[in-house]
Design a protein around this ligand. Sequence first.
Ligand SMILES: [Ca+2]
Ligand SMILES: [Ca+2]
Ligand SMILES: [Ca+2]
Length: 178
Amino acid sequence: MKADTLTIKARGWFDMADADKNGVITVDDFSLMADRIVREFPHADPKKIAAVKEAFADDWRRLAERADTNMDGQITREEFEAAVKAATPDDYSKATKRQVAEFEIADVDGDGVLSHHELARLLKAEGLDETSAFSVAAILDTDGDGVISKEEWEAASRKYFTGDDPFAGLLQRAVSSV
Ligand SMILES: [Ca+2]
Ligand SMILES: [Ca+2]
Ligand SMILES: [Ca+2]
């Protein structure tokens, strides 16, 4: 990946992760992101809701371990960008608990795949506008069969973090316009 692509992505990820927009990433941002998803899917199985909350708490702990250099419970933009630059592709090679939990809660009809509509609801809960959410769903449906399979979701999550891919920019624009 090109260095400038990584910097642009790191900025976009920071803005996404700083959910309460107070300029630093803390545990509160991760609870807020989890709450937004849960609010979008209030009738989900309580186990799926618990899994989303736990996955976000877990993601916070993993990020803090890696990025909160001075251990004050806040990750600044500088700390975050340094951590992103120090990360190796291996750090993103496996689907995280969060990706799995997000997929599960968004699969409202429980058929094991996400319709474009189901995925768009998840993405909107994560801050995308309607148009961007459906564009991203179409991009992630790589075989064009009308649904996003677990494999497509995991491949997309990997590519989002490691590739010079087109939809990282799309996501960033969508998020920065919120
Ligand atoms: Ca924040
Ligand atoms: Ca489904
Ligand atoms: Ca598909």
